[in-house]
Design a protein around this ligand. Structure first.
Ligand code: PHE
Length: 338
């Protein structure tokens, strides 16, 4: 009997050590330690033995049970270690940083500019990029035969469905059509022109439009507003210069320049202002009475000013960007820098 139990023990331990996986180990547990296992059956016999033989068998059976349990425990640990080594989880690796996005430089500039104008009492307005000729040209005092249309050639939609707007001035018309005066809005957005793309030209770029109409709005208000904006965006020392210009929808019209914030106008070799000391920023003027008539405002009662500036220009000066194409390339190496 004692020999048999010893035999059971060594067979069980050998089988356990050879178990290939958890499943095999569970089967072996039933077979060697279960209620009907040979060991348990042998233990059940102990009581039936003559009293002097009981302790010896009891001791051997107890040892066998311990040895088998120890073999199970060892094998379990071994199987778990093997499974861990094969898995991809290495708790010593640092975690992967989540990709945190940030606003595009033009979006940042738009937010900054609209906040400046909101501080001066302007609302933010919006309009469609796919426009009709009426809002892009006719209502802006630019009839079909007007030579100014040549300067703003663009993409026309198929089947006479309209065009891609060439300027955010369209939003002036859309706002005045639905709002009686006074109005004070800025309208940032994308515009399109038929341009050959190079470092300083793109067929798609961005403008921010401003419109202020009320009784008694003057040219001085325009200049003060533009100057206040320039000082906040490019620094407190910024000066503004107005040059006479022509736009069909403003009269008088100007182009305005900001003093160069890079060289302060002192460096003849400055690549930003080309040594002139001035940077051309935008077009502006007093709203032409013909525009007021198109939207049903009384030009005898109301006056207003409008301006439109290119965002890329300001961003390029601000951040020292030398190629306008970078804004729309969607290259993360560029956009991540802001
Ligand atoms: N829309 C004009 C342009 O794109 C700029 C402008 C806006 C001029 C408002 C005058 C008034 O060139």
């Amino acid at each position: 009997m004692i020999e048999e139990v010893r035999q059971l023990e060594s067979t069980a331990v050998a089988e356990i050590q050879a178990a290939a996986d958890d499943k095999a180990l569970a089967d072996l547990r039933v077979r060697h330690l279960g209620r009907k296992s040979p060991l348990r059956l042998a233990m059940g016999q102990i009581g039936k033995l003559p009293a002097d033989q009981r302790p010896a068998l009891g001791q051997v059976a107890g040892q066998a049970q311990k040895a088998i349990q120890a073999a199970f425990a060892a094998k379990e640990t071994e199987l778990r270690r093997a499974a861990d080594a094969g898995s991809a989880l290495d708790v010593t690796l640092p975690g992967r940083r989540p990709l945190a996005g940030s606003a595009h430089p033009l979006t940042q500039l738009t937010d900054e500019l609209t906040a400046i104008f909101e501080g001066m009492g302007f609302d933010v307005a919006d309009g469609p990029e796919a426009e009709d000729e009426y809002h892009n040209f006719d209502a802006l005092n630019t009839p079909a035969d007007h030579p100014a249309r040549d300067l703003q050639d663009t993409f026309y939609l198929e089947g006479g469905a309209g065009l891609m707007r060439t300027q955010t001035s369209t939003v002036q018309i859309r706002v005045m059509e639905k709002t009686p005066p006074p109005v004070r809005v800025v309208a940032p957005g994308r515009v399109y022109r038929k341009e050959t793309v190079d470092a300083t030209h793109h067929f798609a770029f961005h403008q921010i439009e401003g419109l202020y109409v009320d009784r008694g709005v003057s040219f001085a208000d325009l200049k003060g507003t533009v100057e206040a904006m320039g000082r906040q965006v490019l620094g407190a020392k910024t000066r503004v210069r107005f040059r006479p210009h022509f736009f069909p929808f403003t009269e008088p019209s100007v182009e305005y320049d900001f003093s160069c914030s890079i060289c302060g106008g002192n460096n003849t070799g400055c690549s930003i202002c080309k040594g002139t000391g001035w940077i051309e920023i935008a077009g502006a003027g007093m709203v032409d009475p013909a525009v007021f008539e198109a939207v049903g405002y009384d030009p005898e009662e109301f006056t207003g000013f409008a301006f439109g500036m290119g965002l890329e220009r300001i961003a390029m000066i601000r951040y020292g960007i030398d190629d306008i194409r970078l804004f729309l390339d969607n290259d993360l190496r560029f956009t991540r820098q802001f």
